[in-house]
Write a protein that binds this ligand. Structure first.
Ligand code: NAD
Ligand code: IPM
Ligand code: MN
Length: 368
């Protein structure tokens, strides 16, 4: 298997967590005899500082030549006064648009070793396994018109969707639901917004292609509550861009930390892989970041861009094992200290050790 991967580590904890994810990919390649090559390019705040723009042409060109793009995070407090089009985040949005992936898969899984970590009761979250399918190229993020008219003290954005945009992401969500527990919850605000009425009508139409999947609709406000109350009732959650942004961060409560959540964006020319969390300026540069979200993101890359399902599962199992052994990063330790509370790199090393052992074991089994 040959794969050209562009790593755009970005800002804050981005380089810290992608560093560990890349080591995992390198290990999988080495042990499996795959030819993965890694190139690096600046994006976000570091790119603004070095090149005056959050997405330099050279970065974009490299991304478009690659088989997959792995992103860390972008953003930092020093850029907070810039207008949206000049901020680090604009670089990420431009990259998403150029790569073309519109279906952002954000799994939120309650690892049994972590059920004590959530502020929710273990019996509420135990077994929760939700896959958010967030539409990534439409809605308020990209809708026109948008502006801030400073003289009029007025600003506006537009939430706009075409039925084609809804249909294509809904099809992916239904396909995924068909391969899971066959339930799809479509989330909207159809009691208030025309764009949500189009969303709901379109999803209902697409559902006819998937009679084996049960479709339910929820309003986003109620969904935010149901997710915390009865997370086990959800299988696939399909929603538009901003609602998906918010609900997926909320679902971090189920896992115990935002640092645990991975994502993959599919459906376009080139898939984009990024943990759900941001650049975490409050802990950046201190080796305190949880790399497991980025490592689970690497597993999604193996699954969706390299067709290495077994290796993807081996990475996920290694994360599970390390957590079961009791190892924690500070976000998961919740104020406790001790020899099992690890920094970013040591947590990465534990995953690598477990992963290497399990791949070696598999290879030995197959050699017999
Ligand atoms: P954030 O996700 O960076 O951090 C929220 C909280 O979660 C912080 O307390 C942080 O310390 C913690 N956290 C996040 N990831 C963690 C990890 N891996 N390990 C341990 N703790 C972790 O969100 P924010 O503070 O609202 O935003 C900071 C910047 O990141 C902003 O500029 C924002 O726009 C940007 N952002 C970027 C992305 C991305 O690049 N994909 C995603 C979200 C936010
Ligand atoms: C995310 C982030 C991004 C988003 C920002 C940084 C543009 O919050 O990936 O969840 O809103 O999509
Ligand atoms: Mn977000």
């Amino acid at each position: 298997m040959k794969l050209q991967i562009l790593v755009v580590a970005g800002d804050g904890i981005g380089p810290e967590v992608t560093g560990e994810a890349v080591k995992v990919l390198q290990t999988v390649a080495e042990l499996g005899g795959h030819d993965f090559t890694f190139r690096e390019a600046p994006i976000g705040g570091v790119a603004i500082k070095a090149h005056g723009t959050p997405l330099p042409t050279a970065t974009l060109d490299l991304a478009l030549e690659s088989d997959a793009v792995l992103l860390g995070a972008v953003g930092g407090n020093e850029f907070n006064s810039l207008t949206p089009d000049r901020r680090p985040e604009a670089g990420l949005l431009q990259l998403r648009q150029a790569l073309g992936g519109f279906a952002n898969l954000r799994p939120a899984f309650a690892f049994s070793a972590l059920t004590q970590n959530s502020p929710l009761r273990p019996e509420v979250i135990d077994g929760a396994d939700i896959l958010f399918v967030r539409e990534l190229l439409g809605g308020l993020y990209f809708g026109e018109p948008r502006a801030w008219d400073r003289e009029a003290n007025s600003a506006w954005n537009t939430m706009r969707y075409t039925s084609d945009e809804v249909t294509r992401v809904a099809r992916i969500a239904f396909q995924l639901a068909a391969s899971r527990r066959k339930k799809l919850t479509s989330v909207d605000k159809a009691n208030v917004l025309e764009v949500s009425q189009l969303w709901r009508a379109t999803v209902t139409e697409v559902a006819k292609e998937f009679p084996e999947v049960t479709l339910e609709h929820q309003y986003v406000d109620a969904c935010a509550m149901h997710l915390m109350n009865t997370p086990r009732n959800f299988d696939v959650v399909l929603t538009e861009n901003l609602f998906g942004d918010i609900l997926s961060d909320e679902s971090a409560v189920i896992t115990g930390s935002l640092g645990m959540l991975p994502s993959a964006t599919i459906g376009g020319k080139i898939n984009l892989y990024e943990p759900v969390h941001g650049s975490a300026p409050d802990i950046a540069g201190k080796s305190l970041a949880n790399p497991l979200g980025a490592i689970l993101t690497a597993a999604m890359l193996l699954r969706h861009s390299a067709n290495l399902e077994q290796d993807a599962q081996a990475v996920e199992a290694a994360v599970k094992t390390v957590l079961t052994e009791g190892y924690r990063t500070p976000d998961l330790a919740r104020g406790q200290s001790g020899p099992n509370v690890l920094n970013t790199q040591t947590m990465g090393r534990h995953v690598l050790r477990t992963l290497t052992e399990s791949i070696d074991r598999n290879q030995a089994l197959h050699a017999v």
